[in-house]
Ligand binder design. Structure first.
Ligand SMILES: Nc1ncnc2c1ncn2[C@@H]1O[C@H](COP(=O)(O)OP(=O)(O)OP(=O)(O)O)[C@@H](O)[C@H]1O
Ligand SMILES: [Mg+2]
Length: 473
């Protein structure tokens, strides 16, 4: 939920609480007002009327006592009629059913007295009616007190409810304010923490990116930012490494070109001179054949080394042509000199695969990879030393896999094997695999080397079926 929505909800909550408390107070006040009016009407007016009736009756009584004959009681009857009217009002004002019943009884008795035939009976009944009227007044007064007590109780109840509702409103408001704080501050705090971490250079922060709130959007942006910065730094490091490599290669290239140039002339002078020496030795019958062979091999090795260096640093252009993979690979493998004790197995399963390669240049790839495998197996203590060369034809690529069961490559060494001039061998120049990669790249292929220390090494080269144009180095 967005911060905006949370704040709006909280404000609505506060508003609802205020309105509820206001309405409750207003209703309570109104109830109390009407209640006090009822009490005023019933208690005060009722008691007053009862008293008034009693006072009138005293007057009627006095008038009765002043009469000589019952026949002269007509004025008295008028007074009794007034008394009855007052009693009617008092009955109406009665606060309880009991008081009302008592008022009705007295009224009936007085009404009976007011009949002309009852003139004499009137005198006899007066004291009892007087007493009953006194009781009625007492009842009304007691009712008034009861009502007052009840009203006080209602007021106390109302106070209690007001305090309860106000306290509940305060507690609810605090709860809303607290949950609002909890809903807003921790995510903002989290975002701030992540921003500080990113600013201090830490770019691997685990960021929860779900949700739609402003803080979630902020966290998502921070996540994107740290990913972008990390990618940028990585790209920058890669560019720097590449620049360094190029600088190194360029320096190496210049040096190699000079050295190769300087070495080629003396080397051909040595070769030519040696041919002359060999001829002369033959003429004089000296048996130098084995020595001559060794010198010839060494000269050949130097020559190859110079060519390798020039090849890699100049990056010769490839001229690809369609080649049937298996048919091209088979004689190439067979013409290699395999050291004793090493079994080379061919498992060529791509007779129909045609790849677009420069065969002269791609020879180097196969030879370099095979040489590495053979050199690795020379150092191996395995009883059965084996190299397997496999081909396969896939939907998009044809693959060449060279597998050996040699000592494998150390995990620390593996990431560096494509670095130019990196070698673990005392006689190696470290240009074999970089050249392989360069040529495979030129043919838009892929090379992967997997190795497990002690189990051997697998080199896999994938080449597209239709590599049309080769990329110049
Ligand atoms: N089949 C393999 N088994 C074990 N190690 C290997 C294998 N192939 C390559 N390596 C390791 O990779 C390193 C680099 O190989 P690369 O062919 O580039 O150079 P090199 O063989 O040392 O020298 P060069 O090929 O230039 O004579 C080797 O020194 C070796 O440590
Ligand atoms: Mg090599």
């Amino acid at each position: 939920m967005s911060i905006n929505a949370k704040l709006t909800l909280a404000c609505l909550g506060f508003l609802a609480i205020s309105i509820a408390v206001g309405i409750f107070t207003w209703v309570q006040e109104r109830n109390l007002g009407s209640l006090s009016m009822t009490v005023y009407d019933k208690a005060l007016i009722g008691v007053n009327y009862a008293r008034k009736v009693q006072t009138e009756f005293v007057r009627v009584e006095a008038a009765l006592h002043g009469l000589q004959k019952p026949a002269d009681d007509s004025q008295l009857r008028v007074q009794l009629a007034d008394l009855l009217d007052d009693l009617d009002v008092a009955t109406e004002r009665a606060m309880t059913a009991k008081s009302r019943a008592a008022a009705v009884t007295i009224r009936a008795r007085i009404a009976a007295l007011a009949q002309p035939s009852n003139g004499n009976a009137m005198f006899g009944a007066l004291p009892a009616i007087d007493t009953d009227l006194g009781k009625l007044v007492d009842m009304y007064t007691a009712d008034g007190f009861t009502y007052r007590i009840r009203t006080e109780q209602v007021i106390a109840d109302s106070d209690f409810w007001l305090i309860l509702v106000s306290s509940a409103a305060i507690v609810l408001s605090i709860a809303i304010a607290f949950s609002l704080r909890q809903a807003i501050l921790p995510p903002i705090g989290n975002a701030v923490r992540v921003a500080v971490q990113i600013a201090s250079g830490r770019l691997d922060n685990k960021i929860e990116t779900g949700g739609r709130s402003e803080t979630s959007v902020l966290l998502r942006s921070l996540d994107a930012m740290q990913t972008a910065i990390a990618a940028h730094l990585e790209a920058q490091a890669a560019t720097q490494a590449e620049l360094l490599k190029r600088e190194r290669l360029s320096a190496l290239g210049q040096l190699t070109a000079t050295v190769a140039h300087e070495l080629r002339n003396p080397l051909s002078a040595i070769r030519n001179t040696f041919v002359v020496i060999e001829d002369k030795a033959k003429q004089q019958g000296l048996n130098l054949e084995r020595l001559a062979e060794r010198i010839d091999r060494s000269i050949g090795r130097c020559d190859r080394l110079i060519n390798d260096l020039l090849d890699y640093t100049r990056g010769t252009t490839s001229n690809p042509e369609p080649i049937a993979l298996d048919a091209w690979l088979k004689p190439l493998i067979e013409e290699q000199t395999i050291p004793q004790g090493i079994i080379v197995e061919q498992d060529l399963c791509a007779p129909r695969a045609t790849i677009s390669i420069d065969p002269d240049r791609f020879r180097r790839v196969i030879i370099n990879v095979l040489e590495n495998a053979m050199q690795a197996l020379n150092d191996s203590a395995q009883t059965e030393r084996r190299i397997t060369i496999r081909t396969s034809d896939g939907a998009y690529v044809a693959s060449i896999v060279v597998e050996d069961n040699g000592p494998g490559i150390d995990p620390d060494v593996l990431p560096r094997i494509f670095e130019p001039l990196f070698s673990t061998k005392s006689f190696g120049t470290g240009l074999g695999l970089p050249t392989v990669k360069q040529i495979v790249d030129q043919h838009q292929g892929q090379i992967e080397i997997a190795s497990e220390k002690g189990s051997g090494t697998t080199v896999r080269i994938d080449l597209p079926h239709q590599a049309t144009t080769a990329v110049p180095a």
